[in-house]
Design a protein around this ligand. Structure first.
Ligand SMILES: Cc1ncc(C[n+]2csc(CCOP(=O)(O)OP(=O)(O)O)c2C)c(N)n1
Ligand code: SF4
Length: 293
């Protein structure tokens, strides 16, 4: 009997990259746009689902791995970055994408973000930022704007929001971008650039929660956007330009905000490996082989 496992044929259209599972998001949720964009990204970059892994934490947005073909892992709340980092280090051939919400990434998971930025492992992190905890019914999140009324700030938030773009640039991320769930073409272009970038890429996607923030969010954001590739003289390799964008008010810049070819983490591990070989320290694979029966 032939027991060879046949690889499934590679999907040939964006919709074939979807898993077939029906999303349980509220009608009109921004996350549908992100899902559609990701299926187009998978198609444009001709991903092999056998070699693609999408990780997430917990939240409405974190349901996304279930809706796409490829390996998926719905982790614990706030822990998507260490899990995705570990997978990439264990199998560098894998395309690794991490995804989740602003609560997942910047409340319980905040501690992992600066270190993932500065470590520069070649993974892409997409945060579907809706300024609220959607899954748990509309509590304040770290990106909720000041004065925002939520189920846990009935009289308006009295805290300043954190600035994910400024945080990422300040912590040494090598690729920092922003896009909007209302513009699929833009999301596809930016996510493709992030995945093709060598090193850690952080992409904030403004993805409205129509249920707990409001249906008007798409219009409000749309009226404020400008596209950085249309801004004369904008140079994403200039860190001071990027910080100016991170600090802007009254407009929302979309596109690649900062990009720099900092050395990837694996370059550092290779240098250390060579040093150890020179000192006669056995390689890990040889050590493992020694103790195998
Ligand atoms: C350890 C732990 N603490 C709290 C929760 C409850 N919880 C689930 S999702 C969530 C926040 C979701 O907000 P966000 O990450 O912004 O995602 P969204 O639902 O808005 O997409 C919280 C607090 C949990 N699942 N696990
Ligand atoms: S609660 Fe908000 S974030 Fe969650 S599915 Fe509904 S619209 Fe989307």
């Amino acid at each position: 009997m032939d027991t060879t496992v046949q690889a499934a044929p590679k999907p040939s259209t964006p919709s074939e990259y979807k898993s077939g599972l029906k999303p349980v998001w509220c009608p009109g949720c921004g996350d549908f746009g992100v899902l559609n964009a990701l299926s187009q990204v998978y198609h444009r970059l001709e991903f092999d689902p056998m070699n693609t892994m999408l990780f997430s934490g917990i939240g409405c947005s974190s349901r996304i791995p279930g809706y796409l073909k490829g390996y998926g892992f719905n982790g614990v709340h706030g822990r998507v970055l260490p899990i995705a980092t570990g997978a990439k280090l264990a199998n560098p051939e894998l395309t690794v994408i991490a995804a989740g919400g602003d609560g997942d990434g910047f409340s319980i998971g905040t501690g992992h973000f600066p270190h993932t930025c500065r470590r520069n492992v070649d993974i892409t992190y997409i945060v579907m930022d809706n300024n609220i905890y959607g899954l748990t019914k509309g509590q304040l999140s770290p990106t909720s704007p000041g004065q925002m009324v939520t189920t846990t700030s009935s009289y308006g938030s009295i805290e300043n929001p954190i600035n994910p773009i400024g945080l990422a640039i300040g912590c040494g991320a090598s690729f920092v971008a922003r896009s909007f769930a209302g513009d699929i073409k833009h999301m596809v272009d930016v996510i493709c650039q992030g995945i093709e970038h060598k090193g850690f890429s952080f992409i904030q996607i403004l993805s409205p929660c129509v249920t707990f923030v409001g249906k008007d969010q798409f219009g409000i954001i749309k009226n404020q956007v400008r596209y950085l590739n249309e801004v004369e003289g904008y140079d994403p390799t200039d860190r001071s330009h990027a910080f100016q964008v991170a600090d802007e008010t009254g407009q929302i810049s979309l596109g690649v905000i900062f990009q720099h070819p900092f050395p990837e983490y694996r370059h550092g591990t290779e240098i250390v490996r060579q040093r150890l070989i020179k000192r006669g320290v056995p390689e890990m694979k040889d050590l493992i082989a020694k103790f195998r029966p």
